[in-house]
Design a protein around this ligand. Structure first.
Ligand code: HEM
Length: 493
């Protein structure tokens, strides 16, 4: 009621007066964004303040609101604020800072690291060496000889040890595989801390826009979920039923693919958000108008399609890895003998994998459980990805409108896919040696990064600008001089 009786500009000053020293916000030369921030943070507290203050103070504020003695009275009002009131939080920028963008890229690099460690853990067959899930105490490895012996004894009880390890496995050998799994788990916890603590801080202090805040919370939830999936995957390799005749003690390929797919999703979300924030800070955005041209739309869509294709190929790779399907048909491009590009249909769709009496699950089970068909699927998807990237690269060369940074990113994608295919073929021909297989896994994430960077370079920043403008509107600065102009740096942000 009170607020509606005053003019808008006075209201801005008034809101600020309630919580902050006048000199910090009333100066006409104060940066626009700074004034916006003050309004943004103090708006919510104003009503409470207004309803609880004595009438005489409200009168005083009314005068202030109408522009009387603004500077002096502002400091008086500030001085008269109830002493019990906690110090006000610092201004919350309605934009996402550059530091937030860099922190997201750093977090993404940690995820890249854990994917590589995860690959090494699987390739060295270390993943089942820790048979318990202790989120907090598990951070500390066994320290004494007795503790190591206890841990080793637990492992000796697992199906993997009983079926696959020789009786003469030494404690030193156990410590070696334990080290990989432990490093993988500790790295995962570190990612959780590095991501979640700053996220809570940024949101609590309103240092990110609501849109980015939602994304950060989503990524945080995905990281927590990933921890759970990790243990769910390991648990699938510790079941006693794996001791039965004909069973192979290893983790479920479904769970392995879910674990790898979630890691990729976390990585994509972090990288994309970080790149978007940094892009919104670019000093000049000369190509933004260009990128909005309809001629570039098909290229942009094609880039998104390629990203999805790389993701799908990587998921199919997780099935190859989970079923050890790289240990069969170690030949390329043939598969199944000279002159053959695929094994016979009876091998591809074997009834051995159907479990329902009417064989209605024959096809999908073979697609996901038969190493022969799983390897063929991966070959087909990988070949498709290679030619799709080649087509994109040629497209980029024939599109004069495409800005140079995007052309460079397309070149990088072409180089990365060539390297990835070469690594995949070498891994297969050499029966999955650890260094090559680990490089192949890292290569898939590098290729995904290439497509993401390309995607960000052909994406106009309109969405980022829109969300910042929305935040500035919320801060009450709409219509003031110096409003956000696309393609220009925003003063003071
Ligand atoms: C765009 C191309 C490709 C992508 C994105 C890709 C991606 C992947 C991924 C993510 C894995 C899982 C690694 C793991 O979980 O440890 C994998 C495994 C594998 N890929 Fe590929 N791959 C590609 C091309 C190829 C090609 C052309 C071949 C050979 C014909 C190949 C053969 C293999 C083999 C044998 C494995 C299993 C390795 C292991 O057991 O660790 N890949 N691939």
């Amino acid at each position: 009621m009170f607020r509606s009786s005053i003019c808008a500009s006075c209201r801005l000053s008034l809101r600020s007066t309630v919580r902050r020293p006048a000199t910090t916000f009333l100066s006409a030369s104060a940066p626009l964004a700074h004034r916006a921030n003050i309004a943004f943070t103090t708006q919510a507290t104003f009503s409470r303040f207004n309803s609880t203050r004595p009438t005489s103070q409200n009168d005083l504020i009314t005068k202030l609101a109408h522009g009387l003695l603004v500077r002096r009275a502002a400091s008086t009002a500030s001085a008269e604020a109830p002493p019990a009131e906690a110090p006000s939080p610092p201004p919350s920028p309605p934009v996402n800072s550059k530091a937030t963008g860099y922190w997201l890229l750093f977090s993404a690099s940690l995820v890249f690291g854990i994917v590589v460690i995860g690959g090494l853990t699987r390739l060295t067959e270390s993943g089942l060496s820790i048979t318990e899930w202790k989120p907090v105490t598990g951070t500390i490895p066994p320290l004494t000889h007795a503790e190591w012996e206890t841990e080793f004894a637990k492992y000796k009880n697992s199906p993997e040890y009983k079926v696959l390890r020789s009786e003469d496995m030494t404690l030193a050998e156990f410590q070696y595989i334990f080290g990989f799994e432990w490093a993988h788990r500790v790295w995962g916890r570190a990612i959780g801390l590095v991501f979640v603590v700053p996220t809570l801080y940024l949101i609590a202090r309103r240092r990110v826009t609501p849109r980015i805040a939602k994304r950060l919370l989503g990524i945080g939830a995905l990281i927590g979920f990933q921890g759970f999936i990790g243990w769910w995957m390991v648990a699938s390799g510790l079941k006693d039923e794996l001791l039965e005749e004909g069973k192979h003690p290893r983790v479920s390929q479904y769970r392995l693919a879910t674990h790898l797919g979630t890691a990729f999703l976390v990585y994509v979300a972090m990288l994309n958000t970080g790149l978007e924030i940094l892009k919104s800070h670019a000093k000049s955005l000369p190509s933004n108008e260009l990128l909005s041209k309809p001629e570039l739309r098909p290229f942009r869509r094609y880039t998104h399609f390629l990203m999805a294709l790389v993701f799908l190929t990587a998921l199919s790779g997780a099935f190859v890895a989970g079923l050890d399907a790289g240990m069969i048909y170690n030949e390329f491009p043939t598969m199944g003998g000279p002159g053959r590009l695929a094994p016979p249909l009876s091998d591809l769709f074997s009834s051995d994998y159907a479990t329902s009496p009417d064989h209605s699950d024959l096809y999908w089970r073979n697609f996901l459980e038969n190493p022969v068909l799983v390897q063929l699927d991966h070959r087909i998807l990988a070949t498709t990805t290679f030619f799709a990237t080649l087509a994109l690269w040629i497209y980029s060369k024939r599109l004069p409108l495409l800005p140079l940074p995007a052309k460079r990113a397309a070149d990088a994608c072409m180089a990365l896919v060539t390297m990835q295919v070469a690594l995949g073929i070498s891994t297969l021909l050499m029966c999955v040696p650890i260094p090559l297989a680990a490089a192949h896994q890292a290569g898939s994430l590098a290729l995904l990064t290439g497509t993401l960077v390309l995607g960000s370079r052909v994406q106009p920043v309109r969405r980022a600008i829109a969300s910042q403008n929305k935040a500035m509107k919320a801060a009450g600065v709409v219509g003031l001089a110096g409003m956000y102009v696309p393609g220009r740096r925003i003063e003071g942000l």
